[in-house]
Ligand binder design. Sequence first.
Ligand SMILES: Cc1cc2nc3c(=O)[nH]c(=O)nc-3n(C[C@H](O)[C@H](O)[C@H](O)COP(=O)(O)O)c2cc1C
Length: 249
Amino acid sequence: MNVLELLQKHQSIRKFKEEPVSAELVRDIIISAQHASTSEFIQTYTVINITDRSITEAIYNEVTAQKTILGAPVFLMFCVDVNRLHLACRMNDREAPDSYLEATETFLMASVDTAIMAQNAVVAAESEGLGCTYIGGIRSNMKKVIELLKLPRGVYPLFGMVMGYPLAAGDEKAKPRLPLEVVYKENEYQTAGDEELIREYDEVIRNYYIERTGGQRNETWTQQMSDFVAKPQRPGLKAVLQEQGFALK
Ligand SMILES: Cc1cc2nc3c(=O)[nH]c(=O)nc-3n(C[C@H](O)[C@H](O)[C@H](O)COP(=O)(O)O)c2cc1C
């Protein structure tokens, strides 16, 4: 399969075979992910492979009750890690200024770089026949994850990721995305014609959910988004990030 085909067939996979994923393959996936581009060469991430069942169970019980975590052969935590840059400074007999960790730009850069390398991991894993799902749900109790994984100042968990060999045959349709014209523009931002296209997309998504759930779920994309934006968006996060040193100044 070529890379374009692989990317366009992507589906989040939440149910896995019991078959283990070899430690070598996980390492190869992470090495591939590390080769993603990284702003200013900062490489501000640490991936923690959670192999201790009691930690997985604590995350399930106290952070995000998603069954996929319990059934996944591999559960990784992608952490944004600026702590290492402070070590780099000390190794050169210098102290990183507090203003570095506190800058909004640092937070943005480090988080973006972590997400970019994580997506490389997904592509690498999928190219090896594995399936993955990001677990952003870990941010529902980020403080607990910080405590369980002993994350120091300058480090925070961005998302988890489950990985394993897919249980299903993998012949289901990929989840349809917005029409290209809605997300891809030329020269300047404009939204002419978007509403009509999104209306058509709504029906595509409605049919996708009906088909996938045997009629149980009958919802359009705009309905889903309207419900989503009305919910509180993990309001405690800013305080937890600040405790980790990310002051966002
Ligand atoms: C950062 C991030 C966090 C996510 N968190 C979760 C999660 O906690 N649980 C889950 O089941 N799916 C999660 N997802 C998967 C999305 O729901 C999924 O990618 C989206 O619905 C599109 O479906 P697809 O990946 O199958 O194409 C997350 C995706 C991303 C990128």
